[in-house]
Ligand binder design. Sequence first.
Ligand SMILES: *Cc1c(COP(=O)(O)O)cnc(C)c1O
Length: 398
Amino acid sequence: MIPALMPNYNRMDLAFDHGEGAWLVAADGRRFLDFGAGIATSSLGHGHPGLTSAIAGQAAKVIHVSNLYRVPEAERLAARLVEASFADSVFFCNSGAEANEALVKAFRRTMADDGKPERYRIICAEGAFHGRTLAMISATGNAKYLAGFGPKVDGFDHVPFNNLNALRAAITPETAGILVEPIQGEGGVRPADADYLRGLRAAADEFSLLLGFDEVQCGMGRTGKLFAHEWAGVMPDAVSTAKGIAGGFPLGALLASELVAKHLVPGSHGTTFGGSPLACAAGNAVLDVVLAPGFLDGVARLGARLRTGLDALVVRHKDVFAEARGRGLMLGLVCAVPNTEVQAACLAEGLLAVAAGENVLRIIPPLVIGDAEIGEALERLDGAARRCKPSALRNAAK
Ligand SMILES: *Cc1c(COP(=O)(O)O)cnc(C)c1O
């Protein structure tokens, strides 16, 4: 018989009772160092006092009022995001897929309002992940996510990632814009070259296209800048973000320049839940931490330390790890044995990490970890690597 909870996930047989900082505690008392952060989402770790008290305090006042009324918490969060980024205006929704939907709708609407309705197509990259709505599986372009769901939503073209010539060659009179992740997450922690991102801006300017970055995973401080595109010094027209923005409370956002944002006039787009007092209180509590002086520099420093440790693991365990890559606290180990084996070995060592494309194990801890957690994680990864030696696998198979 089918379980009451729909079986659309491959869940591990493991449930957590509570968390403390970078640690999750299972119902049976086992403690796990959480270097997956609920897929780069629990940016402040678990049980963070600032976040939990903001949520509890706001819930006691008012949870939801709808967008029929002003929402002061949303106005404040938007103003802070505008102040800290390229953006002039912010739309709040509830997930990464919705943020990308809003971005694509805003791009299409901008072109239509400018008298170019034939320009509705978006160029995306191979290996991308943009979410699971009907349009976003088409933007993602991965055959596995499209299978069985009928005709693809029209309007998305795919080119090899990090290849500017291929992207320029794909521009047609129907192209409205470009949407890429500055660091592909699900695709395997694949960073875009800074030159590539700058080349996208130049191509967008040359052909009067709009440039969008999907920072649902790499944004909100994960790389040591509020947004990963800042490392390349590129100004996008719009950025989608979600995952870490409210520390695990569902919240997504489309940040946009005025040029784009002004086209989402009343009635053009909306959401019932988006930008609620509760979600935005959580978002403001996260910004209190992430925008505190020195915090993002700390993420960059911790990321560099973790990366050095991962590079050393690659040298020590060439038969298990092929390469470390990524930036800040968005890191990945390209595995030389199946990444699911390494993930299972990490679990046995009490370390949570997340598999990704290209046989990568994602190392994406809460942003509030310290040097002690990094040392602990590196030790556990070393233990996991020992468990994964191909010879050990062979023996285990006997
Ligand atoms: C997770 C993710 C999404 C989808 O976010 P949901 O909240 O699951 O809809 C979109 N883009 C990127 C880059 C992501 O990592």
